[in-house]
Design a protein around this ligand. Sequence first.
Ligand SMILES: C[S@@+](CC[C@H](N)C(=O)[O-])C[C@H]1O[C@@H](n2cnc3c(N)ncnc32)[C@H](O)[C@@H]1O
Length: 326
Amino acid sequence: MKVNPITQTNHKTTFTSYNKRSSKTGLSVSTSFYLDFPVLRKAVKIIEERFPSGADILVYAGSNGEEAYSINTLLKNPSRYKINSIDICKESIEYANRGVYGIHPLADDGFLIKEDKTNADAPFLKKIFYKYFSEINKPDYNIDNLSDVIYNIRLGNEDLFPQKFFVPNAGIKQNIRFLEGDIRDISDFSLDSKQGKAGAVFFRNALYQLTKNDLRGVMEYGDMPDLIFNKEECLADLIDKVYNKLSIGGIFVMGSHLQEHLYIADKSVPDSKTIVADAARNIRYMAYPPHIKVLNKNGRFKPLFDYLIQGFGQNLKLPLIWQKIK
Ligand SMILES: C[S@@+](CC[C@H](N)C(=O)[O-])C[C@H]1O[C@@H](n2cnc3c(N)ncnc32)[C@H](O)[C@@H]1O
């Protein structure tokens, strides 16, 4: 893989989850509605075609629930599918169960509350969002957990940037449940249908948290990233578990963040298989994406949908949807 200078792009997430960090894990739970919509649209299409009578969908890294709701509103027959939105962060699950969402006009999903002529999908997404969500008045309790003071001062100004608040309608909540859980325990997740196998496992923009591949250590803050933790071993273990949990034809869906695709080389990787990221600190990237290697093992998964990776200084597309084929 050729790596050009990298520009870190910032997802502007749903305001209520912007920069929110779990108090237990310290991990970012940032997300937004309809994030990378083309990927969600394609994933839903595959699920519906492969499992027309229904399936279990496991949305790991489900954060506050925006992703599970987005998927559910895209399904033609949502009642046929059981969606489990699972996150390791307890506060996110509490947030999701409370079910009040604030949308900021400048966030990624800000198009839902304003005119956005640059987003060709906005009219369709607005139509389905407003079918399944109702606007409410600003709650009298604080639903944010902003830790970034500058962001708070600048964009938290209600007069300049009026947010809108929404709750899901009963119809779109019935087949979703929110659970605290760790994808590393996916083997123990009990499912009634299809011999305990799932039609889809989503784990978007969290692989980098699991593999300790936080690139801010290289690009932004100057902290030394973890060079000891064996990333390929961690990915191999995870993908084996996901594979075992999926039905044949089921899909594994990844995120588009750079950190999901460009891995810091840990000590287990010989220098000959790396690309220099920071010569002064001897930080290197793995030349071949380790997740692609483990997904391709024994031809068990087929890549289905290439998508633009955020943050590469070029138009690099990599597969984000992988289908279990045997
Ligand atoms: C950056 S957010 C991404 C949320 C959403 N999937 C998206 O793409 O916008 C990462 C989420 O993954 C969760 N997470 C991290 N490790 C996890 C694990 N091992 N099992 C389940 N959730 C995990 C975090 O708590 C956080 O909510």
